[in-house]
Design a protein around this ligand. Structure first.
Ligand code: SF4
Length: 377
């Protein structure tokens, strides 16, 4: 038999509903951060007008005629000669183009990040983890139009979640032309600019409106270290200026509900052996000067590569420490290898010390397994 109307109406009042117990409320807390959760996303390169696109094209050609894309400021006409990065104007040299599964989960997702590994670099890090690509001109030449067509293949055939431009600082004009070409072909994926942060402000300005996710490394803090290990002056000041400019364009990292990043900045710092004090300064600076909501990846996978651990010039080959982690080198042998102070994997206590400093500075969005079992978005 139906209940009388006044009783039914009383039952609809909130006070008459069964109240959830506190413990169940705590369990149901989703840890979602609405400002960084997007319903949908349209890449920024679709939002610029055709007039602005034409302006970008002409600026790109102007940069190639007098190159100031990075703090090396070679000023060369790249149609006639090359600067420190050794790459000209008409084409880029690409080592690998493929879906990549070695990136952060929010970038690689299930289908991979559509990565383009450019050959050449404007830095000369003695420990470069990709030195066979970055320090040499290995690969095949592509015009900007061909590069744009490869972006389409990553979308249509690879079903990748984004186009990830790896070490692109020295080929920004060609990258810009390729994005604008792919836009006409129907590209819909966000563009990731995966950089060492050794970019000029002019370069970041040229990218404004075209890049969705900036993925800058912040490598070292002291000028002495950058000069010795990156072979670059003023790296830290340049990285600070670049990261601030990137953040001003796209803000903190945003995701759609599937956990895939669509827009914003994600800063990486590779902790170096014996240099955790520099890492602590970097994370503190990010929190105090850019954003406490910055997504940060504190990485622990440093391994000696490139010039590290190789015999000093003049030493005999059989004196070399080939790879750390093997037979411990004698004191005499160590004295004969290059960059002996970073000739070992990083210690987990060094990584923890940088992570602790980041938390103490107020950062809280880290690329790591979430403590609450969900996504850190
Ligand atoms: S990108 Fe940098 S290194 Fe290459 S030519 Fe331009 S200023 Fe020189």
């Amino acid at each position: 038999m139906p209940l009388p109307l006044h009783i039914r109406s009383a039952l609809r009042q909130p006070s008459c509903r069964p109240r959830p117990r506190l413990s169940s409320l705590a369990r149901r807390k989703l840890h979602l951060a609405p400002p960084w959760l997007l319903d949908d996303y349209i890449p920024r390169y679709h939002l610029i007008s055709s007039i602005d696109a034409a302006k970008k094209r002409s600026e790109a050609y102007a940069h190639l005629r007098e190159c100031n894309l990075c703090p090396r400021l070679c000023g060369v006409n790249r149609y006639e000669k090359t600067g420190v990065c050794l790459i000209g104007a008409e084409t880029v040299k690409v080592n690998t183009i493929a879906p990549h599964f070695g990136e952060e989960p929010c970038l690689q997702g299930h289908n991979g990040s559509g990565s383009v590994f450019f050959s050449g670099c404007n830095l000369r890090c003695v420990f470069c983890q990709n030195h066979d690509i970055a320090h040499q001109r290995n690969g095949f030449d592509l015009t900007p139009e061909q590069l744009g067509e490869w972006y389409m293949k990553l979308q249509e055939v690879g079903h990748c979640h984004n186009i990830n431009l790896v070490t692109p600082e020295h080929v920004v004009p060609q990258v810009v032309l390729a994005i604008l070409h792919a836009r006409e072909l129907g590209l819909r994926l966000p563009i990731v600019y995966n950089t060492s942060s050794f970019d000029s402000l002019e370069s970041i300005q040229l990218l404004d409106g075209l890049i969705d996710i900036y993925l800058p490394d912040f490598k070292v803090w002291s000028d002495k270290t950058s000069k010795r290990l990156l072979k670059a002056d003023h790296y830290t000041a340049t990285a600070m200026e670049s990261i601030k400019a990137m953040h001003a364009q796209v803000g903190d990292l945003c995701f759609t509900a599937d956990g895939i990043a669509k827009k914003g900045v994600l800063v990486r710092h590779l902790v170096m052996p014996g240099k955790e004090d520099e890492g602590r300064e970097i994370v503190k600076w990010l929190a105090e000067n850019v954003s406490k909501d910055m997504m940060v990846h504190i990485m622990e996978q440093y391994f000696p590569r490139a010039h590290v651990g190789k015999p000093r010039r003049g030493a005999r080959d059989d004196d070399a420490v080939v790879e750390p982690g093997g037979v411990p080198a004698s004191g005499e042998t160590k004295a004969k290898v290059r960059y002996e102070d970073i000739n070992r994997p990083v210690d987990l206590s060094e990584v923890s010390s940088v992570k602790r400093a980041a938390e103490e500075a107020g950062l809280w969005r880290f690329v790591e397994p979430a403590r609450h079992g969900g996504f850190n978005i």
